[in-house]
Design a protein around this ligand. Structure first.
Ligand code: AVJ
Length: 318
């Protein structure tokens, strides 16, 4: 299970234009670099979302429990859990309503889930962690066994990696897997000036550049790739028509790169790019449309003080 690196790399680098899916960023080194990004002064997303949880965690949990208590405890599921440090704020609020809580983090990185479980064992020992090391698609069928109300968390604007069609499909599948008593807590970054967005994805310290290039380093490490990282440049672009930041790796010159384990040689023209990530920036109508199309009721929406980020709490539509 988890991800088929060889297949994804072969497919992406033989496509035109070239792409690599963002899920490939998150090996151990990439997960570490992403955590470093969340501390950068330019990367406001994590701090903005955290401030929403600090202010509204209790109300969010009450809404997820549905006011009229069924007496059954809430289970918390998280897609792309990562280090789950913001989730701790939510789980602490759950434990103010019930004595224990089952937490189901889903992540392609086993190390990330183990790290989260270790920290929760210390900080919130009443939480029972039942992690699933898998992609979202692989994990969803396992969620059907959850009893009682469930709160699914898809935070950090991770949904922005998906185009609307894939995002709608994932939300619909999630709604289906969790059934009628489910709530969804969805974090989305909001549209704003490209003068704020570009530095958030091209920071002065170069951490995001290292994060982006790590996907090439990973191919070198795991697939016998011969990428010279110095011959690729990190690019962050604002795509206004699709309301998204795009990250690319741009070849500095004409070059051919062998990937030994794939028996593949990839040719690059000078200036050609590998599209490595899209990060969609939303307005509220856009999110409402996605939620409605996938079977959720109109959400309650919470903002940080700067209105840079939004957290939406939606219930399964009847
Ligand atoms: C984890 C997908 C939400 O798109 O902002 C951070 C990843 N990429 N800097 C994002 C990321 C470059 C992040 N997400």
């Amino acid at each position: 299970m988890t991800i088929d690196l060889s297949e994804q790399v072969r497919r992406g680098l033989t496509a035109f234009p070239k792409t690599l899916p963002p899920v490939l960023f998150y090996d151990e080194e990439g997960s570490r670099l992403y955590e470093a990004i969340t501390d950068l002064p330019e990367y406001y997303l994590t701090r903005a979302e955290r401030s929403i949880f600090v202010q509204h965690a209790d109300e969010l949990v009450d809404l997820a429990l549905g006011g009229a208590s069924t007496g059954r405890p809430l289970t918390v599921v998280e897609l792309g859990a990562g280090s789950a440090s913001k989730t701790e704020l939510l789980l602490a609020a759950v434990l103010r309503r019930q004595p224990t809580c089952v937490y189901v983090p889903i992540d392609v990185s086993r190390a990330a889930i183990e790290g989260a479980a270790r920290r929760l064992a210390v900080n919130l020992p009443a939480v029972r962690v039942r992690g699933i090391v898998a992609s979202h698609e692989q994990a969803l069928p396992e969620l059907a066994t959850i009893e009682g109300p469930a709160l699914a968390m898809f935070i950090g604007s991770s949904i922005g990696n998906l185009d609307d069609q894939d995002a709608g499909r994932l939300l619909r599948d999630l709604r289906q897997a969790l059934g009628a008593r489910a709530s969804l807590l969805l974090g989305t970054d909001l549209r704003k000036s490209s003068e704020v967005l570009i530095p958030a994805y091209d920071d002065a310290a170069g951490v995001t550049a290292a994060f982006n290039k790590n996907v090439l380093a990973r191919i070198n490490r795991e697939l016998g790739g011969r990428f010279d990282l110095a011959r690729f440049r990190h690019l962050a672009r604002w795509n206004e028509a699709r309301s998204r930041i795009e990250m690319h790796l741009q070849s500095a010159d004409d070059q051919s790169v062998a990937i030994d384990a794939l028996g593949l040689v990839v040719h690059f023209r000078r200036g050609e790019t590998i599209h490595t990530e899209s990060s969609v920036k939303y307005d509220l109508a856009h999110v409402a449309r996605l939620l409605e199309a996938s079977g959720f009721s109109p959400p309650r929406v919470y903002f940080d003080d700067g209105r840079r980020f939004a957290v939406h709490l939606a219930r399964s539509a009847p």
